[in-house]
Write a protein that binds this ligand. Structure first.
Ligand code: AMP
Length: 134
């Protein structure tokens, strides 16, 4: 079910539980700022979720409230993970869903890092149909 991208932050969300070690994940990277792990329902040959360690609901929340250090740490880690996974040469896509129109399901900010093969059209669904209609 889609969630609000503007909060309030729910500390019982599934990614908060993963960060606290209450639920396992298939980890690919961790540092002071982020945790990255394989998406449980991959939409591409490589589908990694990169999440900040701080309590932010979405990109909207993170971009407005996170410190400069957190934002830099997150961006550097995201780029480094893509590089380490060998995704740079053939390319990859980063998606951050925010709120109901995007279909965001987990109310802890996360970037989807997708690659490992052709990714197809940028978006699908009703928004794409409307955009192409006129
Ligand atoms: P979003 O729709 O942007 O909120 O994406 C949430 C993503 O989290 C989906 O792609 C899910 O497959 C993924 N997901 C949900 N629960 C888990 C979990 N326990 N471990 C890894 N990925 C998960």
């Amino acid at each position: 079910m889609a969630v609000s991208g503007i909060g309030p932050y729910d500390p019982q969300n599934i990614f908060a539980k993963i960060l606290r070690g209450e639920i396992p994940c298939n980890k690919v990277y961790e540092d002071d700022w982020v945790l990255a792990f394989h998406d449980i329902g991959p939409k591409a040959p490589s589908h990694i979720l990169v999440i900040p360690k701080g309590a932010y609901v979405s990109f909207a929340d993170f971009s407005a409230k996170a410190s400069a250090e957190e934002i830099v740490g997150f961006s550097r880690a995201l780029g480094a993970i893509a590089r380490e996974l060998g995704l740079e040469e053939d390319g990859y896509r980063v998606i951050m869903n925010v709120g109901p129109n995007s279909g965001q399901e987990v109310p802890h900010y996360h970037a989807h890092l997708l690659g490992g093969g052709p990714l197809g059209a940028l978006i699908g669904g009703p928004g794409a149909a409307r955009a192409g209609a006129g």
